[in-house]
Design a protein around this ligand. Structure first.
Ligand code: PBG
Length: 331
């Protein structure tokens, strides 16, 4: 008799859709998704963003329609990026952000979860995430944190569920937490951009928010965002943010940093959010446009990788498709 040297030990678990589903260690659900929203002050018609197929910068009116469509598609969690009409070096007006939030709350009440980004890069004329020294060489940490915690309070007063600081100053989480608590907003949470790397993959976002750094002295964000070569900094900063009171820890970009997500997962009990950023999204869209990948499958593959690495929350520009795709498509 012929000796059997091997059996289909692995392929038996791949033989049909039912067994593949049973054998899955990771199951996506749309409940873990957050949809980013851009709203620009003074915009008369919603506009598209280069590279961000199907994602628009909304007007004050159109954002309500966008949210309604997303709710109908099963997505009820949002991360808002207000884009103000005027920019400044040191005096900022947050009234537009407040107005948008109030408006959204008026219409949707508590049927949606609303977080708002906290950063100054859409507000500063030089595009940096905080206040600069007079010679524009350095970001002023304490002064920036002071402004940001005031901004957080205004957003809380307007009705956000969470604030999401993305500026990367030291001590901002403690400052925001204490400012919120002392003003009676202890129920407002903080989703910290805890591990945010200095990345080439924020390009389409900066277009959307007109927020590219353009000061002569400081042409990039390397003195405040993390080095891709220093995952230890990411873990240390995330754990520090947790100690200071962050409720959700975010890793960003996402797909390039699953090692960081995995390592952080082993060191915290807080939920971890992975932000699949604009350039990562645009990279998929470009492949799709060229006929080199299938859109839904490509996004589902990335999302699966993020969940596999330990992220329970996924922030994606394609979040509004999550329910439909997850229900209908086998990866
Ligand atoms: C603001 C901020 C950025 C992103 C989120 N908040 C851009 C940046 O740091 O330059 C990037 C999000 C994306 O690319 O999708 N600091």
């Amino acid at each position: 008799m012929e000796k059997i040297e091997y059996s289909l030990t692995q392929r038996r678990l791949r033989s049909n859709t039912q067994i593949r589903s049973l054998a899955s260690a990771v199951r996506l659900t749309h409940h873990g998704f957050i949809q980013p929203l851009f709203v620009e002050e003074g915009l008369l018609e919603k506009r598209s963003v280069a590279g961000l197929n199907a994602v628009c910068v909304d007007t004050l009116d159109s954002v309500l329609t966008t949210i309604q469509a997303d709710v109908d598609a099963g997505i009820v969690k949002f991360l808002l990026f207000p884009v103000p009409a005027s920019k400044s070096v040191s005096s900022f007006d947050f009234s537009f952000a407040r107005y948008v939030i109030r408006k959204i709350r008026e219409v949707f009440g508590s049927s949606i979860w609303l977080a708002c980004d906290i950063c100054l890069c859409s507000y500063t004329s030089h595009g940096h995430c905080g206040l600069l020294t007079a010679d524009q060489q350095r970001l002023l940490n304490h002064e920036t944190v002071e402004v940001l915690s005031g901004y957080a309070l205004e957003l809380a007063e307007a009705g956000v569920d969470f604030v999401a600081p993305s500026d990367m100053m030291d001590g901002r989480i403690a400052a925001i937490r204490s400012r919120l608590d002392t003003h009676g907003f202890d129920f407002v949470g903080i989703m910290s951009y805890a591990a945010k790397f200095s990345s080439q993959f924020y390009g389409p976002f900066r277009d959307a928010c007109h927020s590219s750094p353009k000061s002569k002295g400081l042409s990039n964000r390397k003195t405040y965002q993390m080095s891709p070569a220093n995952p230890n900094d990411a873990i240390a900063s995330a754990l520090r943010d947790e100690e200071e009171g962050a409720d959700i820890l975010m890793v960003k970009p996402a797909a390039l940093y699953t090692d960081v997500i995995q390592s952080l997962r082993a060191q915290t009990l807080k939920p971890i959010a992975a932000y699949h950023v604009s350039g990562e999204y645009a990279a998929i869209e470009t492949l799709v446009e060229k006929g080199l990948a299938e859109r839904a499958f490509a996004h589902l593959e990335v999302w699966t990788a993020l969940q596999r690495s330990g992220a329970g929350i996924i922030i994606s520009y394609a979040a509004r498709n999550a329910k439909g795709w997850i229900e209908k498509i086998e990866l």
